[in-house]
Design a protein around this ligand. Structure first.
Ligand SMILES: CC(C)(COP(=O)(O)OP(=O)(O)OC[C@H]1O[C@@H](n2cnc3c(N)ncnc32)[C@H](O)[C@@H]1OP(=O)(O)O)[C@@H](O)C(=O)NCCC(=O)NCCS
Length: 197
């Protein structure tokens, strides 16, 4: 599915330079992607450890080609995905958080997160970024379910998602990797927000 930038899917709308602030005490803010993110994104996608943690391929593309693709994607159209940059309060770009495979009919989307800067691991930035995205999705769209998959040995990621309310809901084996599937249903999110869970 391909969307024009002006389109909305399940209620997802461009932020128009608005920044998503996290919950009280959150360490991060989320903003739309911009061209100056390209160096960090290239660096992170070329990083073998980050690729291994995400069961992804290390990028094998020159920076100039990557830049061309990047600029085209930013300027012309977006797919059924909603990518945001994760920034610290002093404006340092440390990672990305994306909703993708947005399926309006099923009322669900997949969530991805990557904190690319190692110095920011295990300090709550990932949890804050996921909570910020989850709150935004359930507050502004019609989606009923967010889900994700993570490698079964990636305990840090699973702990981060569990802290945000995601619950294991299945397993998947793909290309020799075992993944845990986790989900967060709108109703569960509401209960957590109201302090019932
Ligand atoms: C996965 C990721 C998003 C988590 O974000 P983060 O900011 O590092 O994580 P947080 O500090 O918010 O939470 C991590 C939790 O895992 C815990 N943890 C870390 N290593 C762990 C381990 N080996 N076993 C169990 N728990 C672990 C931390 O103690 C923390 O829990 P706590 O606060 O209850 O103590 C981030 O580390 C990242 O992007 N890593 C690189 C790429 C990656 O793993 N991608 C896969 C995403 S599916």
């Amino acid at each position: 599915m391909r969307l024009r930038k002006s389109s909305t899917l399940a209620g997802f709308k461009p932020l128009h330079h608005k920044v998503l602030q996290g919950r009280n005490g959150s360490k991060v803010k989320l903003r739309e992607k911009k061209l100056s993110d390209v160096r960090n994104d290239y660096k992170w996608q070329c990083d073998p450890e980050l690729a291994r943690l995400d069961a992804a391929q290390v990028l094998a593309m020159s920076f100039s080609i990557y830049l061309l693709d990047y600029a085209t994607a930013l300027n012309h159209a977006t797919f059924n995905r909603y990518p945001l940059a994760v920034e610290t309060h002093d404006g340092k770009h440390i990672g990305n958080c994306t909703c993708y495979d947005i399926d309006e009919k099923k009322g669900e989307a997949q969530l991805g997160i990557m904190i690319g800067e190692r110095d920011y691991w295990d300090k709550g930035y990932g949890t804050d970024a996921v909570n910020t995205m989850v709150d935004h999705v359930f507050q502004t769209t019609s989606l009923q379910r967010l889900y994700l998959k993570t490698l079964d040995w990636n305990q840090r990621a699973q702990r981060c998602f569990a802290r945000c309310g995601f619950i294991p809901c299945g397993y998947l084996r793909r290309d020799g990797n075992n993944f845990v599937l986790m989900e967060l249903i709108r109703e569960q999110w509401e209960k957590r927000r109201q302090g019932e869970i």
